[in-house]
Design a protein around this ligand. Sequence first.
Ligand code: AMP
Ligand code: MG
Length: 415
Amino acid sequence: MQYLSVEQAQASVLQHVQPCGKESIALHDSLGRALAEDVYANRNHPPYDLSAMDGYAIRFEDLAPADGQSISLQVVDDIRAGTMPQRRVLQGKCARIMTGAPIPAGADTVIRVEDTEADGEQISITVPPARGANIRPLGENLRNGEVVLTAGTTITPGVLAILSMVKKRELAVFARPTVAILSTGDELEGINDPIDENKIPDANSHALYAQCKALGIEATLLGIAHDNPIELRAKLAAGVKYDLLLASGGVSVGHHDFVRPTLDALGITMHFWRVAMRPGHPLAFGTTEHGNAVFGLPGNPVASMVCFEQFVAPALRSMMGHPARFHRTIIARLTHDLKDRVGRTHFVRVMLKRDATGYLATSTGAQGSGIVMSMAIAQGLMRIPEASDGLSSGDPVTVQLLSGMEFQDHAELAA
Ligand code: AMP
Ligand code: MG
């Protein structure tokens, strides 16, 4: 089987995962989900031209006196938000108007209180407005019958505001996938087991659980499987019933690495099992006959987490109907020289700072794929392209942010 580049492997994953079905949920539960229906406006908003300011509704033509006299208008009405004006504004007259109140017939412009001087019920204009100033036109937000949001839109607080305005108390969104997590290895010790000094605490189950949770998914932990084909087969068979299974460890070419042959034996179609990247070189991906996705992630915790960011997060975002699938990248400047080997995309854990010119990226230090602290202190993954043999201090670099809910359409692997 082939040895894929990171880009090829990402494309293969996105090509093979299937979107989840739709479900109906309450408005307040919809934040962060992807809309599964087009949403139409069921009213005009605003329903009439209204004032954007506290001031006076005037006839613009009244501001050009024939004989060069100073302009003075008589206030004949007082219009508050929530009341409909009863009187037309006639020549030489105006109406006091509050923000959000409907513009009365006859008036075409609002002048701000601050730009006038009042003397009883007469006002004079100190700063003339432009024609049509300070009016929010009918339908500026919503036009009755028009599509205001399309399926696939990610629901942010701003989108949720629009949904509330069209009274979407219930709406259709793409469902979240069910996800199972399995750690494999005879050396592993579960979090509830007593400490055995000769064992290795299972970090991957919990790191992967948290990475799913950061995407809004509550994953199921299947525990630890020994490096034993029979036990592994039973646990993997349970795992592939989920929309997506994450099995970590045992995907390499070691004598006791049974994950790939067991997935083969379970009838999983493997699309690739090696990617030209560091960390994370052994990485298997396949799909079941029902279209469920299976990842065999490397056992080293850093490699497992980096692979999640590059392949699993985009797969899950895609299944949940989001067009923006990759964690956001920024351009930073490297604060030091960095040697590298040609041939694999390298994901270097970095800490980020800012100065007046932008972001600065600094390596977290030793980059071994077992050094979990490098992930604990990193804010980003700096991507060094396959062809690079190193970088110099000051070079621009692409850094993928590790936290936050900002996503983009493209992986953007290099600066
Ligand atoms: P493997 O991919 O099974 O060859 O494992 C590579 C390395 O990662 C070994 O040192 C394992 O002990 C370690 N490892 C595997 N699974 C886990 C896990 N769930 N948590 C922490 N370390 C692990
Ligand atoms: Mg192992």
